[in-house]
Ligand binder design. Structure first.
Ligand code: FAD
Length: 265
């Protein structure tokens, strides 16, 4: 049972970031965190969105199996299809954050719904010791396509008025972010070297059918048990939005209702 709980697919949203420094306007121009959620077509254009769609719909089930056998191939390919369908109806592809500092603006982008899957394994019999996690960021080509497009979007924002008017002319270059005209190879290499994790890990105990590798039922019960429920971010099988907390309030409310019903029955 322990094994089935801890050896499963895990999603770690990840972020290519550009720290754009040398803001000309000082703190008079730095007002608040601003967030935008471009769609696949917004971010990649029609042809790039079609390429991403193709990558997701033809994702290799073998890749799932090669990740130590911990990712169920059927759930992996199904999740990729769900994402492809969602992007077709304009689900956000990435999130772009503008975070003001006193003399800088961080502009960074994170994938809303990465498809790369990692692993989490028991490390020791001591329950206070963290398990071994291997997020396998960007192991899927589809995620690299998204990250490259996100990086390009960040670069183009930095040089587009009126936002660019807030920056010194060399701000983008000083940040180390690839220039707008940089080749795909350059942007790809930069992304692979600079990618960092978001703080929204999910999916180590996914709510899915058991035969797809799920760990908890729709009633939040761990399969094979009668009274062990999981009510946290680990039950989310697929990232649907860059942030987790909103949905987790819903999980907590439902969990409370189900536990009360079970107690009162
Ligand atoms: C720096 C940071 C920034 C974030 N920013 C955002 C954001 O802007 N928006 C957003 O939506 N999400 C954000 N997140 C993600 C969000 O906080 C998490 O996804 C969410 O809190 C996960 O909820 P959870 O209930 O699964 O776990 P947690 O919120 O981690 O709750 C687990 C609880 O269990 C307790 N606990 C652990 N072990 C034991 C034990 N043995 N006995 C008793 N209690 C125990 C812990 O103290 C903790 O209170 C951020 C996360 C981080 C780290």
């Amino acid at each position: 049972m322990r094994r089935s709980i801890l050896l499963t697919n895990v999603t770690f949203p990840v972020s290519p970031a550009a720290n754009i420094t040398n803001v000309t306007g000082g703190d008079h121009v730095l007002l608040a965190v601003v967030v935008t959620h471009p769609t696949a077509i917004d971010t990649l254009g029609l042809s790039g969105a079609a390429t991403l769609d193709n990558s997701l719909r033809n994702i290799s089930a073998e890749r799932a199996l090669s990740a130590g056998g911990v990712i169920n191939a059927k759930s992996f390919t199904t999740q990729a299809e769900v994402l492809a369908d969602a992007y077709q109806i304009d689900h956000p592809l990435i999130e772009i954050f503008y975070t003001p500092g006193s003399t800088s603006i961080n502009v960074w982008a994170q994938s809303a719904t990465p498809i790369s899957r990692g692993t989490i394994r028991i490390n020791t019999t001591d329950p206070t010791v963290d398990p071994i996690t291997d997020p396998q960021y960007l192991v899927e080509e589809a995620d690299i396509q998204v990250a490259v497009a996100a990086a390009r979007r960040v670069s183009s924002i930095a040089v587009t008025p009126p936002f660019s008017d807030l920056l010194t002319p060399t701000a983008l270059a000083d940040s180390g972010t690839p220039a707008v005209g940089a080749s795909d190879e350059v942007v790809r290499s930069w992304v692979l070297q600079t990618y960092t994790a978001g703080t929204h890990p999910i999916g180590s105990n996914p709510m899915m059918p058991r035969e797809l590798g799920g760990v908890v039922s729709p009633e939040l019960l761990v399969y094979g048990t009668t009274n062990i429920r999981v009510a946290d971010a680990s039950i989310v099988p697929l990232s649907v939005f860059p942030h987790t907390t909103l949905g987790l309030y819903g999980v907590a409310e439902k969990a409370a209702d189900m536990i009360l019903q079970a107690v009162e029955a």
